[in-house]
Design a protein. Structure first.
Length: 76
């Protein structure tokens, strides 16, 4: 899935990215790990891309799983 076709979920660390990916997979949300574009964030080098239609479900899953707090979600 291209990040241009979806929504990037950006976190503060690779640990949070991997934990969030696990939550999303267990919740039935398809996702891919992608490099974070420099214009989005200089912090963690990886992000998760999901389909735009899965955004609400993904955010709900992540909000129920502290301390997974996204820095932002971004769509070009």
């Amino acid at each position: 899935m291209s990040h241009k076709a979806g929504v990037l979920l950006v976190f503060q660390s690779i640990h949070q990215v991997l934990a969030a990916e696990k939550v999303l997979v267990e919740g039935g949300v398809s996702s891919d790990l992608v490099p974070v574009p420099k214009e989005v964030s200089p912090n963690c080098g990886m992000a998760i891309v999901i389909a735009a239609g899965d955004r609400a479900r993904a955010l709900a899953l992540l909000e129920r799983t502290p301390p997974l707090r996204m820095m932002e979600d971004w769509a070009p």
